[in-house]
Ligand binder design. Structure first.
Ligand SMILES: [Mn+2]
Length: 246
Protein backbone atom coordinates (compact mmCIF):
# COMPACT_ATOMS: atom_id res chain seq x y z
CA UNK A 1 0.00 0.00 0.00
CA UNK A 2 1.21 3.48 -0.84
CA UNK A 3 0.89 6.09 1.88
CA UNK A 4 1.23 9.60 0.49
CA UNK A 5 3.43 11.96 2.51
CA UNK A 6 2.26 15.49 3.29
CA UNK A 7 1.58 18.02 1.82
CA UNK A 8 -1.59 16.34 0.66
CA UNK A 9 -2.82 17.27 -2.78
CA UNK A 10 -6.56 17.55 -3.31
CA UNK A 11 -8.00 15.42 -6.04
CA UNK A 12 -11.71 15.69 -6.67
CA UNK A 13 -12.41 12.10 -7.64
CA UNK A 14 -11.49 9.30 -5.27
CA UNK A 15 -12.15 5.59 -5.19
CA UNK A 16 -13.03 5.70 -1.48
CA UNK A 17 -13.78 8.29 1.16
CA UNK A 18 -13.72 7.79 4.94
CA UNK A 19 -15.36 10.36 7.26
CA UNK A 20 -16.04 10.07 10.97
CA UNK A 21 -16.90 11.97 14.12
CA UNK A 22 -19.14 14.53 12.41
CA UNK A 23 -21.13 14.89 15.65
CA UNK A 24 -24.16 16.36 13.84
CA UNK A 25 -26.46 18.03 16.33
CA UNK A 26 -23.58 19.22 18.48
CA UNK A 27 -22.65 22.90 18.42
CA UNK A 28 -19.05 21.84 17.84
CA UNK A 29 -19.83 20.22 14.47
CA UNK A 30 -18.26 22.10 11.53
CA UNK A 31 -21.12 21.26 9.14
CA UNK A 32 -20.55 24.15 6.69
CA UNK A 33 -16.90 23.26 6.24
CA UNK A 34 -17.86 19.65 5.61
CA UNK A 35 -20.52 20.64 3.04
CA UNK A 36 -18.02 22.88 1.22
CA UNK A 37 -15.33 20.23 1.19
CA UNK A 38 -17.70 17.46 0.14
CA UNK A 39 -19.53 19.29 -2.67
CA UNK A 40 -17.01 18.73 -5.51
CA UNK A 41 -15.88 15.28 -4.30
CA UNK A 42 -17.09 12.16 -6.09
CA UNK A 43 -16.42 8.69 -4.72
CA UNK A 44 -17.29 5.07 -5.42
CA UNK A 45 -17.14 3.85 -1.78
CA UNK A 46 -18.25 6.17 1.02
CA UNK A 47 -17.63 5.01 4.59
CA UNK A 48 -19.04 6.86 7.58
CA UNK A 49 -16.75 5.62 10.33
CA UNK A 50 -18.99 6.34 13.34
CA UNK A 51 -20.19 9.18 15.55
CA UNK A 52 -22.11 10.76 12.68
CA UNK A 53 -24.46 12.28 15.26
CA UNK A 54 -24.35 13.47 18.85
CA UNK A 55 -27.16 13.14 21.42
CA UNK A 56 -29.63 11.90 18.81
CA UNK A 57 -31.58 9.94 21.42
CA UNK A 58 -32.37 13.15 23.33
CA UNK A 59 -33.13 15.68 20.61
CA UNK A 60 -33.56 13.91 17.26
CA UNK A 61 -32.93 16.31 14.39
CA UNK A 62 -35.65 18.76 15.46
CA UNK A 63 -33.27 21.36 16.81
CA UNK A 64 -30.45 20.84 14.35
CA UNK A 65 -29.15 23.91 12.50
CA UNK A 66 -30.01 23.85 8.78
CA UNK A 67 -26.41 23.02 7.79
CA UNK A 68 -26.49 19.86 9.96
CA UNK A 69 -29.66 18.69 8.23
CA UNK A 70 -28.07 19.53 4.86
CA UNK A 71 -25.17 17.20 5.69
CA UNK A 72 -27.59 14.36 6.42
CA UNK A 73 -29.52 15.10 3.19
CA UNK A 74 -26.29 15.11 1.20
CA UNK A 75 -25.12 11.81 2.68
CA UNK A 76 -28.54 10.24 2.11
CA UNK A 77 -28.56 11.49 -1.48
CA UNK A 78 -25.19 9.84 -2.05
CA UNK A 79 -26.38 6.62 -0.41
CA UNK A 80 -29.24 6.44 -2.93
CA UNK A 81 -27.07 6.85 -5.99
CA UNK A 82 -23.49 7.34 -7.08
CA UNK A 83 -21.70 6.02 -4.00
CA UNK A 84 -21.86 2.75 -2.13
CA UNK A 85 -22.37 4.05 1.41
CA UNK A 86 -21.53 2.01 4.51
CA UNK A 87 -22.36 3.32 7.97
CA UNK A 88 -19.85 1.91 10.47
CA UNK A 89 -21.44 2.52 13.86
CA UNK A 90 -19.80 4.60 16.60
CA UNK A 91 -20.47 4.99 20.32
CA UNK A 92 -22.51 8.22 19.87
CA UNK A 93 -24.84 7.04 17.10
CA UNK A 94 -27.51 5.51 19.37
CA UNK A 95 -30.79 4.95 17.55
CA UNK A 96 -29.87 7.28 14.68
CA UNK A 97 -29.14 4.36 12.29
CA UNK A 98 -32.72 3.15 12.88
CA UNK A 99 -34.10 6.61 12.05
CA UNK A 100 -31.99 6.75 8.90
CA UNK A 101 -33.14 3.24 7.92
CA UNK A 102 -36.77 4.40 8.28
CA UNK A 103 -36.18 6.86 5.46
CA UNK A 104 -33.73 4.63 3.52
CA UNK A 105 -34.21 0.88 4.10
CA UNK A 106 -31.22 0.12 1.86
CA UNK A 107 -28.79 1.74 4.31
CA UNK A 108 -25.89 -0.60 5.06
CA UNK A 109 -24.95 -0.49 8.78
CA UNK A 110 -22.05 -2.45 10.30
CA UNK A 111 -19.88 -2.50 13.42
CA UNK A 112 -16.84 -3.52 11.39
CA UNK A 113 -16.27 -4.11 7.71
CA UNK A 114 -13.37 -5.16 5.50
CA UNK A 115 -12.51 -2.73 2.73
CA UNK A 116 -10.85 -4.35 -0.29
CA UNK A 117 -8.25 -1.88 -1.52
CA UNK A 118 -7.43 -1.32 -5.18
CA UNK A 119 -3.98 -2.90 -4.62
CA UNK A 120 -5.46 -6.08 -3.12
CA UNK A 121 -4.87 -5.29 0.56
CA UNK A 122 -7.65 -5.85 3.09
CA UNK A 123 -8.27 -2.99 5.48
CA UNK A 124 -10.48 -3.23 8.57
CA UNK A 125 -12.86 -0.28 8.99
CA UNK A 126 -14.23 0.28 12.51
CA UNK A 127 -14.97 3.30 14.71
CA UNK A 128 -12.47 2.46 17.46
CA UNK A 129 -14.40 2.87 20.73
CA UNK A 130 -13.81 -0.82 21.50
CA UNK A 131 -10.05 -0.16 21.69
CA UNK A 132 -10.78 2.69 24.05
CA UNK A 133 -12.71 0.36 26.40
CA UNK A 134 -9.58 -1.73 26.85
CA UNK A 135 -7.81 1.36 28.12
CA UNK A 136 -10.58 2.79 30.25
CA UNK A 137 -9.23 1.55 33.56
CA UNK A 138 -6.42 4.04 33.26
CA UNK A 139 -7.29 7.58 34.32
CA UNK A 140 -6.68 8.93 30.86
CA UNK A 141 -8.69 6.17 29.20
CA UNK A 142 -11.96 7.98 29.88
CA UNK A 143 -10.91 10.81 27.59
CA UNK A 144 -12.14 8.96 24.52
CA UNK A 145 -13.09 11.37 21.75
CA UNK A 146 -11.62 14.28 23.67
CA UNK A 147 -8.03 13.03 23.56
CA UNK A 148 -7.06 14.56 20.25
CA UNK A 149 -8.83 17.79 21.10
CA UNK A 150 -7.05 18.06 24.43
CA UNK A 151 -3.69 17.32 22.83
CA UNK A 152 -4.15 20.06 20.22
CA UNK A 153 -5.21 22.60 22.84
CA UNK A 154 -2.36 21.71 25.17
CA UNK A 155 0.23 21.98 22.39
CA UNK A 156 -1.31 25.34 21.40
CA UNK A 157 -1.00 26.59 24.97
CA UNK A 158 2.63 25.48 25.19
CA UNK A 159 3.41 27.30 21.94
CA UNK A 160 1.65 30.47 23.10
CA UNK A 161 3.86 30.83 26.25
CA UNK A 162 5.60 32.30 28.21
CA UNK A 163 3.80 30.83 31.23
CA UNK A 164 4.15 31.30 34.99
CA UNK A 165 6.76 29.07 36.59
CA UNK A 166 5.71 25.41 36.64
CA UNK A 167 2.75 25.77 34.25
CA UNK A 168 4.69 24.92 31.13
CA UNK A 169 6.16 21.75 32.62
CA UNK A 170 2.68 20.65 33.74
CA UNK A 171 1.31 21.29 30.27
CA UNK A 172 4.13 19.27 28.75
CA UNK A 173 3.39 16.42 31.13
CA UNK A 174 -0.29 16.49 30.07
CA UNK A 175 0.66 16.52 26.38
CA UNK A 176 2.94 13.54 27.02
CA UNK A 177 0.10 11.63 28.76
CA UNK A 178 -2.32 12.26 25.89
CA UNK A 179 0.33 11.24 23.39
CA UNK A 180 0.77 8.00 25.37
CA UNK A 181 -3.00 7.46 25.24
CA UNK A 182 -3.04 7.92 21.46
CA UNK A 183 -0.10 5.55 21.06
CA UNK A 184 -1.88 2.86 23.11
CA UNK A 185 -5.02 3.35 21.02
CA UNK A 186 -2.97 2.93 17.85
CA UNK A 187 -1.30 -0.20 19.21
CA UNK A 188 -4.65 -1.78 20.19
CA UNK A 189 -6.08 -0.94 16.76
CA UNK A 190 -3.18 -2.52 14.92
CA UNK A 191 -3.24 -5.63 17.13
CA UNK A 192 -6.90 -6.10 16.28
CA UNK A 193 -6.21 -5.60 12.56
CA UNK A 194 -3.37 -8.13 12.67
CA UNK A 195 -5.22 -10.83 14.63
CA UNK A 196 -8.26 -10.54 12.37
CA UNK A 197 -6.09 -11.07 9.31
CA UNK A 198 -6.06 -7.55 7.89
CA UNK A 199 -3.30 -5.45 6.35
CA UNK A 200 -4.26 -2.31 8.23
CA UNK A 201 -7.06 -0.36 9.84
CA UNK A 202 -9.15 2.75 9.30
CA UNK A 203 -10.77 4.20 12.42
CA UNK A 204 -11.81 7.47 14.08
CA UNK A 205 -13.01 8.10 17.66
CA UNK A 206 -9.94 9.85 19.11
CA UNK A 207 -10.34 12.97 16.91
CA UNK A 208 -6.71 12.81 15.89
CA UNK A 209 -5.96 12.22 12.18
CA UNK A 210 -3.10 9.87 11.34
CA UNK A 211 -1.64 8.08 8.35
CA UNK A 212 1.24 5.83 9.31
CA UNK A 213 2.65 2.37 8.73
CA UNK A 214 3.99 0.19 11.53
CA UNK A 215 5.43 -3.31 11.12
CA UNK A 216 3.93 -3.54 7.65
CA UNK A 217 0.42 -2.56 8.81
CA UNK A 218 -1.30 0.71 7.95
CA UNK A 219 -2.80 2.77 10.79
CA UNK A 220 -5.17 5.35 9.35
CA UNK A 221 -7.37 7.64 11.40
CA UNK A 222 -9.70 9.93 9.47
CA UNK A 223 -9.85 12.52 12.29
CA UNK A 224 -13.09 14.45 12.89
CA UNK A 225 -15.32 17.36 11.81
CA UNK A 226 -15.33 19.06 15.20
CA UNK A 227 -11.84 20.46 15.26
CA UNK A 228 -9.35 18.93 12.81
CA UNK A 229 -11.83 18.83 9.85
CA UNK A 230 -10.10 15.98 8.05
CA UNK A 231 -11.05 13.27 5.58
CA UNK A 232 -9.24 10.15 4.42
CA UNK A 233 -9.36 9.03 0.79
CA UNK A 234 -8.13 6.17 -1.37
CA UNK A 235 -7.26 7.10 -4.93
CA UNK A 236 -7.69 4.94 -8.03
CA UNK A 237 -4.01 3.93 -7.85
CA UNK A 238 -4.37 2.72 -4.24
CA UNK A 239 -2.79 5.77 -2.57
CA UNK A 240 -4.33 6.84 0.75
CA UNK A 241 -4.34 10.55 1.62
CA UNK A 242 -5.45 12.74 4.49
CA UNK A 243 -7.16 16.00 3.55
CA UNK A 244 -7.44 19.01 5.84
CA UNK A 245 -10.47 21.12 4.88
CA UNK A 246 -9.99 24.87 4.43
MN1 LIG B 1 -16.41 7.91 19.27
Amino acid sequence: MKLAPPPYTVSRTHRSLFLSDLHLGSRRCQAERLLNWLAPVEVEHLYLVGDVVDRWDRTGSDRWPAAHRDVWEELDRRARGGSRLTFVLGNHDGSFPRAWRDRNPELNCKREITHACRDGRRILVTHGDTFDAHLSRRWLGGLGDAAGRLLERTCGLIERGPHPRGVESRLKLLAKSVTGYLQRFERKSLNHARTSGHDGIVCGHVHHPALTERDGLAYMNDGDWVQSCTALTEDEDGTFRLHHAA
